[in-house]
Design a protein around this ligand. Structure first.
Ligand SMILES: Nc1ncnc2c1ncn2[C@@H]1O[C@H](COP(=O)(O)OP(=O)(O)OP(=O)(O)O)[C@@H](O)[C@H]1O
Length: 259
C-alpha cells in the first residue's frame, strides 16, 4: 500500500446557532485505507460528512483531495472533484430500475451532454451503451446484477444499500464516503457488506465510513477518529482508540447512548 494522502481536512468548524457541532476537526486519509468516523449520538459525524460533501457550508476549514485544494460548496462540484457518498437514509431514484440508478452516477463522468441526448447522436448511443455495460458490471460487483431491471424501491433494504454503493462507485471516485452502510441490516447482510467493503478497499479504493456498529468499524478500519460533542477526542488504529480513556468515558458517560 502506498502512503499518499487522498483526503486532508484541517480545522473544520461548524456552528448551528448556539451549538458548536464541529470544532477544529481534521483528518488525513491515505490511499487504500478504510477510515472510520465514530462517536456517540449527536457527536457531529453526519455534520462532518455534510460539510465534506457540500451540503453544509463550514465556518472554517481547508480541504484537499489528492493534494489539490477543493471547496465543498456544492454537491455536484464535490462529486466532480472525486468524492462519492451514500446516505444514512437511502436516496435512490425509487421508480427507476437498479441499472438506471447506477447509470445516473456514471453520467457525472461522461461528456456528450444534453444536445447529444436530445438528438440521440451516434456518439450518444455508443456512450449510452458503454455506460449501461459499466453499470451492469458494477451491479455484478456488488452482487445484485439479477435485479438490474427491477425498480429500486422493490429491492430489499440490504440490496438498496448495495445499489447505492454501486451508484457511488460509478462516478469513479477518489474517495467513497459511506454513511452508516450497515444501518438496518441483519447479521447475514452485515457479513456480506463487510466483504464488499473489504473488496472495494482491496481493489485500491479509499473509503471513509460512519458506522454505529462498533464491531464492524473495529474489524474493517485501518484508522479511526472519535468525535464527541463536535470535538475530536481520539485518532488512531482501532486497537488504540478502543483503549483510550476519553473514548471509554464518552461512550459510557451520562447522556449518551452507546453506539
Ligand atoms: N441542520 C442542523 N441545524 C441545527 N442543528 C443541527 C443540524 N444538523 C445537526 N445539528 C446538531 O448538531 C449536532 C451534531 O449532529 P450530527 O447529526 O452531526 O451528529 P451525529 O454524530 O451524526 O449523530 P447520530 O449518531 O445521531 O447520527 C447535534 O446536536 C444536532 O442536533
Amino acid at each position: 500500500m502506498s502512503t499518499d494522502i487522498v483526503l486532508k481536512v484541517q480545522g473544520v468548524s461548524k456552528r448551528f446557532g448556539g451549538l458548536q457541532a464541529l470544532s477544529d476537526v481534521g483528518i488525513e486519509i491515505h490511499r487504500g485505507q478504510v477510515y472510520g468516523l465514530i462517536g456517540p449520538n449527536g457527536a457531529g459525524k453526519t455534520t462532518f460528512f455534510n460539510v465534506l460533501t457540500g451540503l453544509y457550508t463550514p465556518d472554517s476549514g481547508s480541504f484537499e483531495l489528492e493534494g489539490k485544494p477543493y471547496k465543498p460548496t456544492a454537491v455536484h462540484e464535490v462529486a466532480k472533484a472525486g468524492i462519492a457518498r451514500t446516505f444514512q437514509n437511502i436516496r435512490l431514484f425509487a421508480e427507476m430500475t437498479a441499472v438506471e440508478n447506477v447509470m445516473v452516477g456514471r453520467h457525472v463522468r461522461t461528456g456528450t451532454g444534453v444536445l447529444g441526448a436530445v438528438f440521440r447522436t451516434k456518439g450518444f448511443k455508443a456512450e449510452e451503451k458503454a455506460i449501461r455495460d459499466r453499470a451492469m458490471e458494477l451491479l455484478a460487483y456488488v452482487g445484485i446484477e439479477k435485479y438490474a431491471d427491477f425498480r429500486a424501491r422493490t429491492l430489499s433494504y440490504g440490496d438498496q444499500r448495495r445499489l447505492e454503493i454501486a451508484r457511488a462507485l460509478a462516478t469513479d471516485p477518489k474517495l467513497i464516503a459511506l454513511d452508516e452502510p450497515a444501518a438496518g441490516m441483519n447479521a447475514t447482510e452485515k457479513v456480506v457488506l463487510r466483504e464488499l467493503i473489504d473488496r472495494i478497499r482491496n481493489d485500491g479504493r479509499t473509503i471513509l465510513l460512519i458506522e454505529h456498529d462498533v464491531k464492524l468499524v473495529m474489524g474493517l478500519c485501518d484508522r479511526v477518529t472519535v468525535l464527541d460533542y463536535g470535538k475530536q477526542i481520539a485518532e488512531g488504529t482501532p486497537y488504540e482508540v478502543q483503549r483510550n480513556e476519553k473514548v471509554i468515558e464518552a461512550y459510557l458517560g451520562a447522556g449518551h447512548t452507546a453506539h
